[in-house]
Design a protein around this ligand. Structure first.
Ligand SMILES: O=C(CO)[C@H](O)[C@H](O)COP(=O)(O)O
Length: 236
């Protein structure tokens, strides 16, 4: 698969990935509903399968995915009620095709996404070809308690990162997450050891969640304009 020419970074590619992922849902499944434009295609496709008689419940990872699930008729539950997630479908901002390690949080939803994706028996990532990488070098979103913004920034500096407070596009001020926190987008350059950086970031007081998802994805479905390529990282 590596080295194949892929076309697509637009909605068609995202739709192909999302629709293929929705086909993997079985009757009775509790489904983690990811956030972002690619996961949204999966939620819409799942809604069509529910219309056709599929019996599933969804666990939303954000305000946005909850609203969309309601709109397309996917019944909702919570982790508290369901206890277990059979399969989660979620997007990514970048993934390392060798290891399946991900950077997530472009939609500032990665704290809840990580809880849902990590608790799923199977975690399917849906992406378009612009997300495929050799190694990881995108900036890492870090959700922080508002009161911890400065001390966390100092720790990020010490780890060799450059933190930038994420600002809202249509509001004066910062992006505030669904959990009431702030996001620091942290540029580290090429990540030599994402697992070690993930552990370092998780140990900083005031960090709610970072956007490194290491050893979590079971498979990544990359939609193209024509088809879907699948990368497997664990026995399903
Ligand atoms: O991590 C995420 C949200 O926090 C998204 O899944 C990620 O940003 C990908 O989004 P899109 O499919 O719109 O490119």
């Amino acid at each position: 698969m590596a080295g194949m020419k892929r076309t697509g970074g637009g909605e068609t590619a995202k739709r192909h990935a999302g629709e293929r992922a929705a086909e993997a849902i079985d009757d009775g499944d509790v489904v983690g509903l990811g956030t972002g434009s690619t996961a949204a295609h999966a939620i819409r496709a799942l809604g069509r399968r529910v219309d056709a008689g599929l019996d599933v419940t969804g666990v939303a990872t954000s305000f946005q995915s909850r609203e969309l699930a309601r709109e397309v008729g996917v019944p909702l539950t919570t982790l508290d009620e369901a206890g277990n997630v059979d399969i989660a479908i979620d997007g990514a901002d970048q993934f390392d095709q060798e290891t399946g390690a991900l950077i997530k949080g472009g939609g500032a939803a990665h704290a809840r996404e990580k809880v849902v994706d990590a608790s799923a028996d199977r975690f399917l990532v849906v992406a378009d070809p612009t997300k495929v990488a050799r190694g990881l070098d995108a900036s890492v979103p870090i959700e922080v308690l508002p009161a911890a913004r400065r001390p966390v920034g100092t720790e990020i500096d010490a780890l060799g990162g450059e933190p930038t407070l994420r600002r809202a596009e249509r509001k004066d001020g910062p992006v505030v997450t669904d959990n009431g926190n702030l996001v620091l987008d942290c540029a580290f350059g090429a990540l030599a050891n994402p697992g070690a950086l993930a552990a370092d970031l998780a140990s900083i007081p005031g960090v709610v969640a970072h956007g490194l998802f290491v050893d979590l994805a079971d498979a990544v479905l990359v939609g193209t304009d024509e088809d879907v390529e699948r990368y497997d990282y664990a026995a399903e």
